[in-house]
Ligand binder design. Sequence first.
Ligand code: FES
Length: 67
Amino acid sequence: MYVCLCNKVTDRQIRDAARRGCCRLDDLRVELGVATCCGACAETAEGLLDERQQNNAPGPFALPQPA
Ligand code: FES
């Protein structure tokens, strides 16, 4: 599905960018051009980044990390 119509960027491209380390909207702007024209896609793009970060968050049974 297209997220950014102005730059023809799909949700798949955004998820791939998030897997490669993009974690902020500014990263997506640089990498893919997302939200560099009308900006209507910004909220959806940020939602996809949040989705990725939540999937990477430690679950309730995560082991404690050494200090
Ligand atoms: S839809 Fe992304 S900048 Fe316009």
